[in-house]
Design a protein around this ligand. Structure first.
Ligand SMILES: NC(=O)c1ccc[n+]([C@@H]2O[C@H](COP(=O)([O-])OP(=O)(O)OC[C@H]3O[C@@H](n4cnc5c(N)ncnc54)[C@H](OP(=O)(O)O)[C@@H]3O)[C@@H](O)[C@H]2O)c1
Length: 288
């Protein structure tokens, strides 16, 4: 298939391009190819490529940036998605939009199912929910809600922490944010299966098993043989952030199970594989 991928210079975009290049003709699209806030840009590039499928991770994923500038957040995350979906429909392409666990309120104490009512307390979450609804107006479309991402191609939560520890600095992370963790390459592989099988709909997608941000950072440090004692856990409310963080956002992957797909491996195994690929996993350190 011909697969166009928006946000190809981003963290998830990088992983999606790498995985989908295996078996498909991929068109990686960056902001320079098409600014998604400009419908004419998007329409022109899709008319040229005529993709079968558009995978759409482009957007503003920073909660605090969205909270500080709601107009910009809506312009990119909502109107940008509308432009992508409408232009894709015009050329007969199906769309897979990347969404987030931040569409939930974080008040539950058991994993969020696809059928749970979204109630986003942030500008970011509200923009992503609108983007989901725009995407799912088409019957042949996918939305994949993912959680905190790590993977190659761009600085991320895990790599940032390891860099700080390697410099001998402290790494302060939220101790009260429990969720799922997502290795971009594992998620892209699962998306490839779902898209190739044409099983449309809304999916929760992360590595299996839950963790706090603190546990994720500590496990990464252990695997890399760095001093996990330099990671300080703090309540997210004390970290001076503009947007509210969710205390609990574990994703139940009922959609994948119902459609007969296996779940991605548990996050500690994925984390080890990621750090090994960077040459950072010290032999014998950290659980597999
Ligand atoms: N990161 C996470 O932990 C996380 C967690 C849950 C969900 N998500 C979702 O996953 C998706 C991918 O996140 P990510 O971490 O890969 O984000 P990212 O690294 O910031 O990548 C997003 C890409 O979108 C591009 N973009 C932004 N505005 C654009 C515009 N107006 N026109 C065209 N391209 C534009 C950016 O281009 P530039 O490089 O030019 O700025 C960037 O390359 C997002 O939809 C996000 O909501 C992310």
């Amino acid at each position: 298939m011909k697969i166009a991928i928006t946000g190809a210079a981003g963290l998830f975009g990088y992983g999606l391009v790498k995985v989908f290049e295996n078996g498909h003709t991929v068109y990686p699209l960056t902001r320079a190819d098409a600014d998604i806030t400009r419908s004419e840009d998007v329409e022109s590039i899709f008319t040229k490529i005529r993709p079968d499928v558009v995978i759409h991770p482009a957007g503003i994923p920073d909660l605090d940036v969205c909270e500080a500038d709601p107009a910009k957040a809506f312009s990119v995350n909502v109107h940008g998605t509308r432009h992508v979906v409408e232009a894709a429909q015009r050329v007969g392409a199906r769309v897979a939009t990347i969404s987030t666990d931040a569409v939930f309120d974080g008040l539950k104490q058991s994993p969020y199912a696809e059928s749970d009512a979204p109630r986003p307390p942030t500008v970011y979450g509200r923009t992503k929910l609108r983007a989901e609804r725009i995407t799912l107006q088409a019957t042949e479309a996918w939305v994949f809600r993912v959680s905190v991402l790590f993977g190659p191609g761009k600085t991320n939560f895990v790599e940032k922490g390891l860099r700080k520890l390697a410099e001998g600095s402290e790494y302060i992370v939220a101790a009260d944010q429990i969720g799922s963790a997502s290795y971009t390459l594992d998620l892209a592989e699962k998306m490839r299966e779902v898209i190739e099988a044409k099983r449309y709909g809304l999916y929760h997608l992360s590595n299996a098993e839950s963790c706090s941000r603190l546990e994720l950072a500590q496990r990464a440090a252990e695997i890399a043989g760095l001093d996990a004692g330099k990671i300080a856990g703090m309540p997210s409310s004390a970290m001076g952030r503009r947007a509210k963080r969710l205390h609990y956002a574990v994703l139940e992957m009922g959609g994948l199970k119902r459609e007969g797909f296996t779940l991605p491996r548990p996050w500690p195994q994925a984390l080890r594989a990621y750090l090994a690929s960077l040459g950072l996993a010290k032999k014998g350190n950290g659980a597999s």
